[in-house]
Design a protein around this ligand. Structure first.
Ligand code: IPD
Length: 273
């Protein structure tokens, strides 16, 4: 019910803010780095600590809720979304940035019920940017309502793309091809180094679209509801419906812009989650 959602929202917001303090504490210090899927796919003890604090804090309040957390999955937990209330967590999205003290990383957390996102929170504590969304209630940046841009023409659009965390030759080729295809036809190309913050930039109208191959559900879960509540669209980069375990995503300020972008993209299909 509405009342429950408000309680879930208040609880997660408090937890996210306190984890933000932890990230701000650690950002300028030396970090111990471990490698995951490749030598540029990183995890630090702060990623693990933030995920633990979020899961413990939410479990103590809502013992029947389920979780899909980036670092728990890295440690062998299942990555399966059921109808049960499920929190999808990226404790630090933009870990490479965090490791370099480049101040564009965030906590990204979403609650899905019946496989539909109902709460999304993306928080960059370094820049004090708190993006929030609840189903049917709009999208906000630090409490102010945000919405997507009105750019409908690719030639006037600022497009976010990412280089990703894979050294796979075909994956890197697809990234290069897309850069080459898009450069002559768009206003500008940008990469912030955090999928969630890229999506947040589209949600607040600072950028117009974003796409990536190789993301996981935790990179985009909070962004999905943020974009929808800000008036934008979320889909597969080939134009169909989003498939959250396919590791592919495209978001845009409008369907019209999304379709122009789809028309230019070389497609790549990573192994599914
Ligand atoms: C990564 C970042 C990066 C994107 C990768 C993600 P992480 O998340 O969002 O910008 O290119 O696909 O995996 O590993 O820092 O949480």
């Amino acid at each position: 019910s509405e009342g429950n959602i408000d309680e879930f929202y208040d609880t997660v917001l408090k937890l996210v803010k306190s984890c933000g303090k932890l990230i701000n504490d650690k950002i300028s210090k030396a970090k111990a780095i471990e490698l995951k899927s490749s030598d540029i796919d990183l995890v630090t003890e702060t990623d693990q600590q933030v995920e633990k604090l979020l899961i413990e804090g939410l479990t103590s309040q809502f013992p029947d809720h389920k979780f899909i957390g980036e670092e728990s999955v890295a440690d062998g937990a299942q990555c399966v979304l059921t109808d049960a209330p499920t929190w999808i967590i990226d404790p630090i999205d933009g870990t490479m940035n965090f490791v370099h003290s480049f101040p564009h990383s965030c906590i990204s957390i979403a609650l899905f019920i019946d496989q539909v996102p109902v709460i999304g929170v993306i928080y960059n504590p370094m820049l004090s940017q708190m993006f929030t969304a609840r189903k049917g209630k709009g999208a906000f940046l630090n409490g102010k309502k945000i919405s997507v841009s009105d750019k409908t023409n690719l030639s006037q659009a600022l497009i976010m793309m990412e280089f990703g965390t894979s050294r796979d030759a075909d994956k890197m080729k697809a990234v290069m091809e897309n850069q080459q295809n898009l450069m002559p036809s768009v206003h500008g190309l940008r990469a912030l180094g955090s999928a969630a913050l890229d999506i947040a930039m589209v949600a607040c109208g600072a950028a117009d679209a974003y796409f990536e191959y190789g993301i996981h559900i935790w990179d985009i879960a909070a962004g999905e509801i943020l974009i929808e509540e800000a008036g934008g669209v979320v889909m597969d980069p080939a134009g169909g419906e989003i498939d959250r375990m396919s590791r592919r995503v495209l978001v845009a300020s409008s369907r019209q812009l999304a379709e122009q972008l789809v028309g230019k993209l070389a497609q790549f299909y990573p192994p599914r989650d």
